[in-house]
Design a protein around this ligand. Structure first.
Ligand code: TYM
Length: 321
């Protein structure tokens, strides 16, 4: 099975990214053909400072390696090291209707928030379709916010295949219900751009401060606490197995629980969970040459697969005069 997913280096990576995508990708590497990459072309639609883009791209690579992504067991690269993806983007654009892109929630949300409606932002899903189709991916592990993008990629693949003959594999979004939308400290979807994220490699002081600011309701101490739409319960649950979740539920339902105590405990849980990874992250940050080598090697390895699909698409549309 070919499993593929990407992440934007548009900010520091957070618990939403980790549990919905990064951790699942790392688990998949053991028994699948894994394709994992950092989408810096996509990030250009929102990041305008070149130094920030460079820094966040390298940071995301070090984060992935520290968390356990094994470059020998997977394909791991930076999107811009494989510019072939743009040729495919163009070929896919030919069969992509304006209407399909006009229905994109992400485009509508971003422009509603004041991001300029550029062609790049509008065409974002076509580049993402090319990312997926260029590697022949079967399965795309993502959070719920990316579901429509993967459906657009399927739609484009289907139209291309029916216009020019069987060329692309049909990809499928792989979303885990429990963690499809992980809330941030304010209860809204956790996002790099909403200021509500808990970053996985935050320093101790900022992490504590973030966890202590998780929004809670004003249920009196002596009453049972709700677990539905309660970001404290939901975020804590990410770190627990089924038995642990059941126990946490019982604690919330038992009168006397103090939210402040749970927050202090949760800070300890998160800090400890990421400690071994933080130490590895520190080592990678001292050996950037290794990280650059890994990424270069990853792009070369992926290029072999990508060229196969680009050549097939070129030939099927008739560019091979
Ligand atoms: P990005 O960088 O916004 O997010 C990376 C991954 O993290 C997931 N995610 C969440 N999941 C649950 N709850 C949350 N609060 C949360 N926040 C983020 C996202 O769903 C995503 O899976 N367009 C993509 C990047 C991309 C891509 C691709 C993905 C470009 N090409 C090809 C897959 C395949 C994006 O912006 O993800």
């Amino acid at each position: 099975m070919r499993v593929l997913s990407g992440i934007q280096p548009s900010g520091n990576l957070h618990l939403g990214n980790y549990f919905a995508m990064m951790k699942r990708m790392i688990d998949y590497q053991e028994s699948n053909d894994l394709f994992c990459f950092i989408v810096n072309y996509h990030a250009l639609t929102t990041v305008s400072d070149p130094n920030v883009l460079r820094q966040k791209t390298l940071d995301a690579a070090m984060d992935f390696l520290a968390l356990g992504l094994d470059p020998n067991k997977s394909h791991f690269w930076v999107q811009s090291d494989l510019p072939e993806v743009h040729e495919l983007t163009w070929l896919l654009s030919i069969v992509t209707s304006m209407g399909l892109l006009e229905r994109s929630h992400a485009y509508k949300d971003k422009t509603a928030k004041g991001i300029t409606a550029t062609h790049g932002l509008f065409a974002y899903p076509v580049l993402m379709a090319a990312d997926i189709l260029i590697c022949g991916a079967n399965k795309v592990p993502v959070g719920k916010d990316q579901k429509q993008h993967v459906e657009i990629a399927r739609d484009i693949a289907m139209r291309f295949n029916s216009s020019f003959g069987e060329t692309f594999v049909m990809p499928e979004a792989d979303i885990e219900d429990d963690i499809a939308t992980i809330p941030g400290i304010d209860g809204q979807k956790m996002s790099k751009s909403y200021g509500n994220a808990i970053e996985i490699f935050a320093d101790e002081k900022s992490l504590r401060q973030r966890v202590m600011s998780i929004k809670t309701d004003s249920t009196p101490v002596e009453e049972p606490k709700p677990i539905k739409d309660n970001p404290l319960f939901e975020i804590y649950s990410l770190f627990l197995d089924d038995k642990g979740k059941q126990q946490l539920k019982e604690r919330f339902e038992t009168p006397g629980l103090r939210y402040g105590d749970v927050k202090k405990e949760l800070f300890g849980v998160i800090w400890e969970y990421f400690t071994p990874y933080r130490e590895k992250r520190e080592q990678y940050s001292k050996d950037k040459a290794y990280v650059y080598d890994v990424l270069k090697m990853g792009a070369e390895k992926t290029r072999k697969v990508a060229q196969e699909y680009v050549t097939k698409a070129r030939n099927n549309v008739g560019l091979n005069y």
